[in-house]
Design a protein around this ligand. Structure first.
Ligand code: FES
Length: 124
């Protein structure tokens, strides 16, 4: 499911077009767990659930080619890549332990009913 949102700026003009892309259902991810999602046109994604909070990042560790959803260890808001023990904050993507120094790309998450979406900026 894809929806297009148009945000109105203060002057009422259209700006900041965003697409909502469904990544999974809420119940597809247990609290404290993560799910790898593959969608056409996007890199592999990792969707994380902590209670009723959901976060989404690229799935591949920026240090190597480890899949964080497969090889990672989620502790609160921190995903540890078990290949070399690098860590990232899933809320911001920022690395918080060496050897990881490059941030993970993060995606804003929107919850609608029982579905989980991410926002993607429209190209052009
Ligand atoms: Fe993830 Fe090295 S591949 S820390």
């Amino acid at each position: 499911m894809v929806a297009v949102l148009k945000a109105l700026d203060e002057g009422g003009a259209m700006s900041d077009a965003r697409r909502l892309i469904r990544v999974c259902a809420r119940d597809d991810v247990e609290s404290g767990a993560m799910l790898q999602v593959s969608l056409a046109g996007l890199p592999a994604l990792a969707v994380y659930r902590l209670g009723e909070e959901f976060y989404c990042t690229d799935d591949l560790c920026t240090h190597g080619a480890a899949s964080l959803s497969d090889e990672g260890d989620l502790n609160g808001y921190v995903i540890e890549c078990t290949w070399h023990e690098g860590k990232f904050d899933i809320r911001t993507g920022q690395p918080c332990s060496l050897p990881c120094t490059v941030a993970l790309k993060t995606y804003p998450v929107v919850l609608q009913d029982e579905e989980v979406f991410i926002e993607i900026a429209e190209a052009g």
